[in-house]
Design a protein around this ligand. Structure first.
Ligand SMILES: *Cc1c(COP(=O)(O)O)cnc(C)c1O
Length: 368
């Protein structure tokens, strides 16, 4: 069935394939945290989380509290880690039984106060260390502070200790990554020794799962790999894109040499050409960076380059050499034209292209 509007197809069989491919690299004891932030990397966080829970993940991670609340409303009962805890969200986090990442003395003190106010004991929290990203996390100079405070905070229980790698996909940064792994171990040891229990440890994102088995620890956090991209050509070959972005040709114009197409007359036809208008624009997440030939669609399996500037709700492609008509389907990314290939042409990464697809595009689950 050809699509008659813009849709983002979410292929749950591809998701299953990716999950199995990723977990095949892990030891039996290593648990998996599925990262479904940003609407499941632009797909459908609820459908993806449900499928992965069936497949056996132990934890789900989101960036912000409201993303976790949406999962709870959908009936997901698995533990949910909120990676970026903001002070204003702490009450909501507890009300929805979400588990905060605690990355600074301020957020620790604030969350502890809120947990006490809500009469909590042993509320699970996750201590995040900064080992080089310099984004979120306690530094090594704060270890004595943590050692002093954590054992006294009865409202809280340290469920895990974690950190995030800077460049796990980049072999030229291997020495830095090894250093981060060593730092993390030292910090985790330092906190663990003052606790009456042993919290889980986790440091690996998708690329680290494949490149640094010594950083698997108790659990790994995988995002992009589940969605079918692995930050390397070799891995991209083995994983399957979960999301396919499709749309439809709504009109075809025959233009003569010298006529221009689109806003600001950015494209001039070299000869008689056929220009197809598609029902996707920058408001749907096709950045203007893909305009003027940087991006292309597949129509009847043939590349049709974007001509001129991407408009808000539409864009135009050159179909001079393609036997097509209004109503035909046009594919932007998917297995035939991976988001990794397209995003590279626009000097960005699949993470950005996938998460940019706006909520205006209907999500359709396939191969459930
Ligand atoms: C987004 C994120 C991940 C997932 O990374 P991928 O490269 O998509 O596997 C893991 N950990 C943290 C802290 C993140 O923010």
């Amino acid at each position: 069935m050809q699509t008659q509007q813009s849709v983002l197809e979410i292929d749950l069989q591809a998701l299953t394939h990716n999950y199995k491919f990723i977990t095949a690299t892990l030891s039996e004891e290593t648990k998996v945290m599925a990262v479904v932030k940003a609407f499941g990397y632009g797909s459908d966080a609820i459908a993806v989380a449900r499928k992965l829970i069936d497949l056996g993940v132990s934890y789900v991670a989101v960036a912000y509290a409201d993303e976790g609340i949406a999962l709870r409303k959908a009936g997901i009962t698995l533990p949910i880690l909120v990676l970026h805890t903001l002070p204003i969200h702490c009450e909501r986090i507890i009300d929805a039984c979400l588990e905060p990442a605690i990355y600074s003395s301020d957020i620790l003190a604030h969350f502890h106060t809120v947990a006490q106010k809500k009469k909590q004991t042993d509320y699970p929290v996750h201590i995040k260390f900064n080992t080089g990203l310099n984004r979120l996390g306690f530094g090594k100079e704060e270890l004595p502070y943590l050692q002093e405070k954590l054992p006294r905070m009865n409202a809280l229980k340290v469920a895990s200790l974690f950190s995030h790698l800077v460049a796990s996909e980049d072999p030229s940064e291997a020495a830095f990554t090894q250093h981060q792994i060593k730092q993390f171990k030292e910090l985790a040891d330092g906190v663990e020794k003052i606790l009456p229990h042993r919290p889980w440890r986790h440091q690996s994102n998708t690329s680290a799962i494949f490149n640094y088995p010594e950083a698997h620890f108790d659990m790994v956090r995988t995002g992009i790999g589940l969605y079918g991209y692995g930050n390397s050509d070799a891995l991209n070959q083995k994983l399957r894109p979960v999301a396919t972005l499709k749309t439809v040709i709504t009109q075809i114009h025959e233009v003569a040499a010298g006529e221009t197409v689109g806003y600001n007359r950015a494209y001039t036809a070299a000869g008689p050409e056929r220009i197809a208008t598609l029902a996707l624009g920058h408001a749907d997440g096709i950045s203007r960076a893909y305009g003027n030939g940087v991006g292309q669609f597949l129509i009847q399996g043939t590349p049709a380059p974007i001509v001129g500037n991407v408009c808000m709700d539409m864009l135009m492609v050159n179909v001079t050499n393609i036997d097509c008509k209004a109503g035909d389907e046009a594919i932007f990314f998917g297995s035939e034209q991976p988001a990794a290939t397209l995003s590279k042409r626009a000097h960005t990464i699949p993470y950005e292209l996938l998460t940019a697809i706006s909520q205006r595009v209907t999500r359709v689950i396939v191969n459930a």
